[in-house]
Design a protein around this ligand. Structure first.
Ligand code: ZN
Length: 233
C-alpha cells in the first residue's frame, strides 16, 4: 500500500461538487442546467449542472473555461463539510491500522493553531482536540508538521489524492470518514521520528509501521509494514 504523493486526479475527474449558497452540493442534489444556481468556489463564476443521458453527470463552468483549481478546491471544501456535518471521523489505532471512530462535540473549520491554519478541528466532549488536515493535491508543509509534533498537538492527515473516480455523495462521505488513507501527524501514543528527509513511525512494539521520504521539497510516497514486519502493498 503506497501512495504516490502529489499525483492528484485534478481535471481528469469530472467536477462533482459546487457551491450553492452556504453549502457545497453534490451534482445529484441539484436541478439541471443553470437552474442549479451554483458557483465555483475557486473562481466565483457560474456553474452549469450537466445532467444528460450519455455522459457522467457533472458541473461545468458556464462561461469561464480556464479555471484550474475548481476540482481541488471544491473537493477539499466538501470533505471539510462532511466532517463538520457528520461530527466524527475514523482514525487508525496507535497499535495497528484498524480504524476506530472519534466522535466530536463540536467541529470547526479553518482554526488558527499557532501561526498555522488547520483545515478542521474536532473537539471531543472531554475537551481534547484533534486537528484534521485534508490533503487533496499537497500534503501538510513540513514546518507545520514539525510544529504539531513539538507542541504535541493531536493531529491527523487524510490523503485524498487517490480519488481517481467519480463517487456518489454517500461513497464520498464514506471515503472522507473512513476509507481514504489517514495517518497521524502527531499522536502521543504513536512513536514517530520526523525529519526533513525521512518521516517514519513505529508500532508500539518498536516495529516500523510507515515511512516516506522528503526530497526536493516534496514527500515521495508512503511504505507501510504490518505488525509482523511485512511490507503491505
Ligand atoms: Zn472555477
Amino acid at each position: 500500500m503506497t501512495v504516490n504523493y502529489l499525483s492528484p486526479p485534478g481535471d481528469k475527474v469530472s467536477l462533482q461538487f459546487a457551491r450553492q449558497g452556504d453549502n457545497i452540493v453534490h451534482i445529484s442534489e441539484v436541478s439541471k442546467g443553470l437552474a442549479c444556481n451554483c458557483i465555483c468556489e475557486e473562481c466565483d463564476s457560474k456553474l452549469i449542472a450537466r445532467k444528460g443521458k450519455v455522459r457522467q453527470h457533472h458541473f461545468a463552468h458556464h462561461e469561464k473555461s480556464d479555471c484550474k483549481g475548481a476540482w481541488e478546491t471544491l473537493t477539499h471544501e466538501k470533505a471539510k463539510e462532511v466532517i463538520i456535518e457528520e461530527g466524527y471521523i475514523n482514525v487508525p489505532k496507535p497499535d495497528s491500522f484498524d480504524l476506530v471512530p472519534v466522535h466530536f462535540e463540536t467541529v470547526e473549520p479553518e482554526v488558527s493553531i499557532g501561526s498555522y491554519r488547520a483545515d478542521v478541528v474536532g473537539t471531543h466532549k472531554s475537551g481534547k482536540r484533534l486537528v484534521i488536515e485534508i490533503a487533496v493535491t499537497h500534503s501538510c508543509e513540513s514546518k507545520k508538521i514539525q510544529y504539531f509534533e513539538e507542541e504535541k498537538i493531536s493531529s491527523i492527515e487524510i490523503y485524498m489524492n487517490d480519488l481517481h473516480s467519480v463517487l456518489s455523495l454517500e461513497e464520498f462521505k464514506e471515503y472522507v470518514l473512513s476509507s481514504a488513507q489517514r495517518i497521524w501527524i502527531f499522536n502521543e501514543k504513536v512513536r514517530r521520528g520526523a525529519k526533513q528527509e525521512k518521516w517514519t513511525e513505529w508500532y508500539e512494539n518498536g516495529q516500523k509501521r510507515a515511512e516516506r521520504t522528503y526530497k526536493d521539497g516534496r514527500y515521495s510516497e508512503w511504505t507501510y509494514w504490518d505488525a509482523n514486519g511485512n511490507v503491505m502493498d
